[in-house]
Design a protein around this ligand. Structure first.
Ligand SMILES: [Zn+2]
Length: 299
């Protein structure tokens, strides 16, 4: 990839935050949150009659996912699909196609419920319902969970552990995975590496902003990848097929993943693979803190 670098060459070289498998410098997790129609319905069930709004959302599971699956197959990279169980029921062939392609499927609520609006009992009931529905398609219970809207409650981490999850991918307090006290792995994300902020738009109800230019978004994401690679981080990209399944954005993804592959030292893995590595290699994590771990050294 012939991209000029924004960071001048200097003797300052960050220590990698994590020791990744096979000497790779960073990890990459490609996440597709297949919210589809639940994007609207979780806001207001009355939106069911708004045919255009609903159809824009349905574009994701109907057109975006097959197109994305084709690209992933072409690039030969694995991904993680977090799918609300309402979408699994509405689009069973899509779910099965994701699984047949060898990708990971994780839990993402039933109707993409905002956890903050649920009592602890309601939250547990929603999670159990989603697991029951996912269980009809998956050979084994899902290893991973992504909270709708990325927002969890104080009891969510223990709830996930009690239901046998290996990892959560909802918090943002680090840029490499960490272990919760109960042993659940956290794979943190960040809003900068999300497509909603770049591409979401709906007239009424009003969502999002004026959609961004794909070239600008490529630069935003590539610069962050480049720097996260320098720091040995875990690059977690979160895309919604109703947004990123549009043609120019699938080509943006092709360009981005192609450039990542070209570096030759990024570990592109599913959430389950990353969490399993973290669990088996707790010493791989280098702390960054005020006790001397500044995350960098002068070579
Ligand atoms: Zn979502």
């Amino acid at each position: 990839m012939d991209l000029d670098r924004t960071v001048p060459v200097s003797p300052y070289r960050p220590e990698p935050r994590f020791a990744w498998p096979e000497g790779k410098r960073c990890a990459v997790m490609l996440c597709f949150d297949v919210d589809g129609e639940t994007t609207a319905l979780s806001e207001d069930l009355a939106l069911e009659t708004r045919r255009t709004t609903m159809s824009q959302c349905a574009y994701g599971p109907r057109v975006g996912v097959p197109r994305i699956l084709g690209l992933l197959e072409h690039l030969d990279v694995p991904a993680t699909f977090f799918i609300p169980s309402w979408i699994v029921e509405r689009h069973p062939k899509m779910t099965d196609a994701v699984l047949a392609a060898g990708h990971e499927v994780g839990a993402h609520g039933h109707l993409h419920e905002k956890l903050a609006t649920l009592s602890p009992d309601e939250e547990a009931a929603v999670l159990d319902r989603s697991l029951e529905i996912l269980g009809k398609h998956l050979d084994a219970p899902p290893a991973g969970y992504r909270a709708p809207w990325f927002e969890i409650n104080p009891g969510t981490v223990d709830l996930l552990k009690s239901r046998g999850f290996l990892y959560n991918a909802s918090l943002m307090r680090d840029d490499v995975p960490f272990l919760h006290e109960n042993g659940l792995v956290e794979i943190p994300g960040q809003w900068m590496l999300e497509d909603w902020e770049q591409f979401a738009f709906n007239a009424e109800p009003a969502w999002g902003f004026i959609p961004e230019d794909c070239d600008k978004v490529f630069r935003l994401w590539w610069r962050e990848f480049e720097a996260m690679r320098d720091y040995g981080c875990c690059f977690v990209l979160t895309l919604h097929p109703w947004l990123s399944g549009r043609p120019s954005r699938v080509q943006l993804l092709e360009r981005l993943v192609g450039a990542i592959l070209e570096t030759g030292d990024a570990w592109i893995a599913t959430g389950r693979e990353i969490a399993s590595w973290v669990k088996a290699n707790p010493e791989a994590r280098r702390e960054i803190d005020f006790d001397g771990g500044k995350g960098g050294t002068v070579a």
